[in-house]
Design a protein around this ligand. Sequence first.
Ligand code: CTP
Length: 240
Amino acid sequence: MVEPDEVVSMARMVLARTGDLAGQQVVVTAGGTREAIDPVRFVSNYSSGKMGFAIAEVARDRGAAVTLITTVNRPPLFGIEKIHVNSAQQMLEAVLTATREADVLVMAAAVADFRPEAIAEQKIKKQVDTEGLTLEMVRNPDILAEVAKQKSAGYGPRVTVGFAAETEDLMTNATNKLTRKKLDLIAANDVTATDAGFAVDTNRVTLIAAAGSVEELPLMSKVEVAEAIFDKVSQLNLKR
Ligand code: CTP
């Protein structure tokens, strides 16, 4: 028997055929990247992928063909192509391939800025006589910066959306990221709030558009935040 969730998703997809994203290809990333230390360990962060999954579902329900690139081991969402990755480098490759023909990219993933310089082939054993372990870390590629390079070469998504996960100076840091990463829109996110950011079902973001608008949204469900993002994306997309 078909699961009730699947029936609801099917009904939503049928209704979505006339949605404002009908005919658009949307690529979404979700979750924290996992940077391997050895075969059994990795470095990561608290991102649960909930925001990215909500964005993918909302895009589908507004009519888009959606590719979700994620590190999160959740069952696939009905009607959404899911690509599983672990590291930032794997995510970069998947994003560059998926966005060649895409209309919109939403980078909700929490990408690790650094990875261990080398992955040990065998499980690292503790030495009886040593008290500590030092990991050499090297910089990961900035996925949005690589997407921006593709865009200047004439291909890649028409609209790029990023998130700014901040613990201080939210607006200044988010505005700098919007410019530095050549984004059309950024969702500024104070991740220190207990009801917003990582691993909860609600979020409070301010949407800053490169075109100049600033919209401070109240506390909302992540699905409502996703709807607000696509309301803005829809306006940007139509103008191009
Ligand atoms: N991002 C990315 N590639 C990275 C790091 C981040 O594409 N290597 C994307 C994230 O998915 C997000 C945006 O860039 O959409 C901002 O991520 P964030 O972690 O807030 O910022 P950083 O680029 O890591 O900058 P900082 O270290 O100054 O916070």
